[in-house]
Design a protein around this ligand. Structure first.
Ligand code: ATP
Ligand code: MG
Length: 439
């Protein structure tokens, strides 16, 4: 079944050659990966060969290589024991190894390669104890490993150990579907086993401009929606989080809505008219993440933009269904309230805006700015929030004032004067302070 692939047929980007008859996969790999990564693959592959384990690049990395897209992570799958390979690599090259015995995988961080993290995965078979359950994993062949996957375009492997370097293994005809730009499941029960694949199908279709193959599309039906509606909030939210890292999340949500998936997640989820396109480069002034360590800036922003127009009870319901971290729920609720309160702030002075906004997550403020264009919000984020008087608490103490509420009030009045342009120099601040202290 394995063959050396000599013609890379379709490179699907419009600006790229359609047929490149002179390229074989070994060459393509050498041209697409930088030399240090290639060197790393060779070292791993040699070690794997020595242990008698054939080793392959699989899944997304093969797909993206054939699409001439940047390869994000290297998934290396071997027919054998990935943990044993990991230990052999550490013995020879050092570095850190994390093992996951239950899944027969290891993560190796070699010392010599800019902390590149490598996932070493033993080829495995997966069975689903019941529909929608997490799978039971057993060690198996590459063939089984490809057959447990989501779509044909993600079920190809390229062998990377020396004599076989560049051999494509494509038993499920993924390459043909890449040419036809089709997202196709591997078997009719795929979405029942794991309905999160419905999200994945739409995500890939939008990312690559592909179509969901008609038979696959028919499998997004009431049966798979029913299994999907029984999935945990964490699993479902994770799928949305992945969508929010894509270049055009709105288009993906629209497609999911069109195939009637939202209803299965939560009846109150609707499409939004806002473009969920996060700004290219979030300015550092907005850089305070709402949910550190859990959600990225883009993810948080997309959630806020998506749900901001919902009522408080709708937001709370969705947050509960999708197991939002508390901080995310608060950021959405705050944005929603700020947006509906905006008309009543119309004639506010900068100090009023600032004292109100100081207590709110900056990401809520930023989201409301994006949809309302209210310049006070961007002024706050870029300037006002950083305005402080020259006088400090220590200065007040040095003048014999006892720390207490009046302390804070004086500093607040000095700050307000700067914000509202009533004080513009250190001398003017000194005069204002003198008069406040007199009172
Ligand atoms: P991306 O560019 O989004 O990372 P990817 O193909 O690398 O795409 P991952 O989520 O990183 O996707 O998963 C790696 C591979 O694991 C996929 O290519 C696919 O073969 C397989 N896979 C991931 N999730 C599933 C799933 N739910 N069901 C079956 N196979 C899956
Ligand atoms: Mg990946």
């Amino acid at each position: 079944m394995r063959r050396l692939y000599t013609i890379v047929p379709l490179i699907l980007r419009d600006d790229f050659l359609c047929y490149n008859t002179n390229v074989n996969l070994a060459d393509l790999l050498k041209r697409s990966l930088d030399s240090s990564l290639l060197d790393l693959i060779h070292r791993i592959a040699d070690e794997s060969s020595a242990l008698g384990f054939p080793i392959h690049l699989v899944g997304g990395s093969v797909r993206d290589l054939l699409l001439a897209r940047p390869i994000v992570d290297l998934d290396l799958t071997l027919e054998g024991d990935a943990i044993k390979l990991g230990r052999a690599l550490v013995k020879k090259y050092g570095g850190d190894l994390t093992t996951h015995e239950k899944f027969f995988t290891a993560t190796w961080t070699p010392q010599f390669s800019n902390s590149q993290i490598l996932d070493l995965i033993s080829a495995r078979r997966e069975t689903y104890p019941h529909l929608g359950a997490l799978p039971t994993v057993t060690k198996s062949t590459l063939d089984d490993d490809l057959r447990r996957r989501d779509f044909t375009i993600n079920a190809m492997a390229i062998r990377v150990d020396s004599d076989h370097f560049g051999e494509l293994y494509d038993p499920l005809h993924g390459q043909s579907d890449l040419e036809k730009k089709l997202i196709r499941v591997l078997h009719p029960n795929s979405f029942l086993d794991d309905p999160t694949r419905i999200f994945r199908a739409v995500r890939y279709a939008e990312r690559y401009g592909f179509t969901i193959e008609p038979e696959t599309l028919k499998l997004i039906n009431d049966d798979s929606r029913k299994v999907l509606s029984g999935l945990s909030g964490e699993r479902l939210r994770h799928e949305f989080d992945l969508i929010f890292e894509e270049p055009n999340p709105s288009a993906i949500l629209k497609q999911l809505f069109d195939v009637d998936i939202f209803r299965a997640v939560h009846p109150q989820l609707q499409v939004t008219s806002y473009k969920l396109l996060p700004p290219e480069e979030p300015s550092p002034t907005y850089g305070e993440f709402a949910v550190p360590d859990m959600l990225s800036f883009n993810q948080t922003l997309c959630w806020v933009l998506w749900l901001m127009n919902s009522s408080l009870s709708e937001i709370e319901d969705v947050a509960e269904r999708l197991a939002f971290p508390v901080l995310l729920t608060n950021t959405v609720i705050t944005a929603s309230a700020l947006k509906s309160d905006l008309p009543s702030f119309k004639n506010w002075k900068p100090s009023q805006w600032t004292f109100h906004l100081d207590d709110l997550p900056s990401l809520s403020i930023f989201a409301v700015y994006l949809v309302s264009g209210e310049s006070a919000l961007s002024d706050y984020l870029s300037k006002w929030q950083h305005v402080k008087p020259i006088t400090t608490g220590d200065d007040l103490k040095a003048r014999g004032l006892e720390p207490g509420p009046r302390f804070g009030e004086i500093l607040r009045q000095l700050r307000a004067a700067w914000l509202d342009g009533e004080v513009k120099t250190a001398e003017e601040e000194r005069q204002l302070l003198a008069s406040l202290l007199k009172n």
